[in-house]
Design a protein around this ligand. Structure first.
Ligand code: AMP
Ligand code: ZN
Length: 114
């Protein structure tokens, strides 16, 4: 997707504070962090929303969560806890239409979310 911000970050065309990368996913710091740790983990392939996840994408989407756990362990917040969020469409406040997992941690969070 030539006009997708996160495709451009995945391709290295737009800079980001990368914290992890492999063949399938890339993780980078959110530009407007909502917690001491706020990392976005994205598939390198373009998927617009969670409604568009196809059966062949299930493996890479699962990898978003295992990557979040890896980053949490690296930062020593795996035991204290963290939150994983994927916003879908307007009511959830999705702003970037390339699937991404928000991994937030390093502070106590409330529930329900706003
Ligand atoms: P969402 O509302 O779930 O679509 O979240 C999009 C997230 O992307 C927001 O938390 C933004 O702060 C973040 N964001 C937008 N542009 C950038 C960027 N260039 N680099 C890093 N994070 C970004
Ligand atoms: Zn994209």
């Amino acid at each position: 997707m030539s006009d997708c911000l996160f495709c451009k970050i995945a391709a290295g065309e737009i800079p980001a504070e990368k914290v992890y990368e492999d063949d399938d996913v890339i993780a980078f710091n959110d530009i407007n962090p909502q917690a001491p740790t706020h990392v976005l983990i994205i598939p390198k392939s373009h998927i617009a929303t969670t409604n568009d996840i196809a059966p062949e994408d299930e493996k890479v989407v699962g990898k978003l969560l295992t990557t979040a756990a890896k980053i949490a362990k690296d930062r020593g917040i795996d035991a204290s806890g963290y939150r994983s969020v994927m916003n879908c469409n307007a009511d959830a406040g999705q702003m970037v239409f390339h699937v991404h997992l928000h991994m937030l941690g390093g502070r106590k969070m409330s529930w329900p979310p706003g």
